[in-house]
Design a protein around this ligand. Structure first.
Ligand SMILES: [Fe+2]
Length: 386
């Protein structure tokens, strides 16, 4: 009786315990029953390397051991929280920090720094999950949600630019507090369809400086942090505010925050304008290079974040609908977790697909699909954050 058969992509559900062990052609154990395949990339590697399902592990002593392991895995409480709960928790922390800064309570800056520490820590282990969570986060506060997203974006860009960890930390703190000069008013203005009043226009023009004043009054002395907040609306061509400085006169970390701010704003709903996909927003970043956005920063941003950023929904060539879950082999072949199969059936556990396979290639980015348990299935896409 054959003890093993070749593993195919259809045998494995990403993120679910394996019901059998996976071995190589020599029978060497690669993955024990009960372990997880956590990404489309890992699955592709297993298939490409021609690995085998150890059918013996489904029966007899080995099978019983495997079953026990699977049961134990299922019964064990899941460690960590979903990326969505993680983003929500950071939004709550940031709100508390903002109120502390408003009151001059003294620990506001420390609370902002605590969120920045958590972003750096989580981004080291779960960068794609963070990006997905930030992109899909549905919160009440536009400013707070966008600020967390920007913190994650600048950490990614900073790493790509080989900026040191301490310097990146200051930039994250600035991203987290860039709009503190008008955060209470901004959420209301965001949904306003009527033109801005003269008072609102004046507030917008002055909010970078007001933010710096508030942070300084609360005890922030980090000049990189403060300068980034003060310059986050300056533009490469001098069309920004409040000073209208341009080019090299804008410090590099402020240019980084500016592009993250523009991108994070475009990918969120504002007034009667619907949120753009990452593909649409990146096109705008590309078209704005050399004008609003520094040329080098625009190129690096597009390269690092990509047109298929985690959290965007996509249609695949085989008719399936999925969500981008991570980086793939190249910019056009991201990791995708399918949530609706070709016959329209909505899945409760997302299934990874190899988008470098022509049948599963990405056709386009699409709006949020109709799925009866969207949050439930999205919770299965990314690893939990410890
Ligand atoms: Fe702003």
């Amino acid at each position: 009786m054959k003890k093993k058969r070749l593993l195919t992509k259809n045998d494995v559900q990403i993120g679910k315990p394996l019901p059998w062990s996976v071995v190589d052609s020599q029978g060497t154990l690669l993955l024990k029953a009960g372990m997880l395949v956590t990404s489309a990339r890992q699955l592709s590697r297993l298939v490409d390397q021609q690995t085998y399902i150890d059918t013996a592990s489904m029966s007899g002593t080995a099978g019983r051991a495997a079953t026990k392991l699977v049961m134990a895995k299922r019964d064990a409480p899941k460690k960590g929280i979903t990326t969505f709960d993680w983003v929500s928790a950071q939004v709550d922390r940031l709100q508390s920090a903002y109120y502390a800064v408003e009151k001059g309570a003294g620990d506001g800056p420390q609370q902002i720094k605590a969120v920045a520490i958590l972003i750096q820590k989580a981004a080291n282990r779960n960068a794609s999950a963070l990006m997905g969570g930030c992109t899909l986060h549905q919160g009440n506060s536009y400013t707070l949600s966008k600020s967390i997203h920007m913190g994650v974006l600048v950490e990614q860009i900073g790493k790509r630019l080989q900026v040191g960890e301490a310097a990146r930390f200051s930039v994250i703190c600035a991203a987290l507090s860039h709009d503190i000069g008008m955060w209470l008013e901004q959420d209301q203005m965001r949904m306003q369809i009527a033109p801005l009043s003269p008072e609102q226009s004046a507030l917008i023009q002055s909010h970078p400086g007001r933010g710096v004043e508030k942070l300084r009054a609360a005890g922030v002395e980090d000049e990189t942090w403060l300068s980034c907040v003060g310059m986050h609306h300056e533009r490469a061509d001098g069309s920004g505010y409040p000073e209208g400085v341009k080019g090299e006169a804008i410090i590099p970390p402020a240019r980084m925050i500016a592009v993250a701010d523009i991108y994070a704003a475009m990918t969120r709903q504002r007034g009667d304008r619907i949120a753009m996909t990452s593909k649409g927003a990146q096109k705008e970043v590309f078209l704005s290079r050399g004008e609003m956005i520094d040329v080098t920063m625009a190129q690096i941003f597009i390269k690092e974040i990509g047109i298929f950023s985690p959290g965007n929904f996509v249609l695949l060539a085989n008719g399936e609908v999925g969500v981008v879950s991570g980086r793939g082999g190249n910019a056009a072949t991201p990791e995708v977790a399918v949530i609706i199969v070709a016959d329209g059936r909505a899945l409760l556990n997302a299934q990874g697909r190899d988008t470098s396979d022509r049948n599963c290639s990405v056709v386009n980015v699409i709006p949020c699909p109709d799925h009866p348990d969207l949050q439930k299935v999205l919770d299965t896409v990314w690893e939990r954050i410890a």
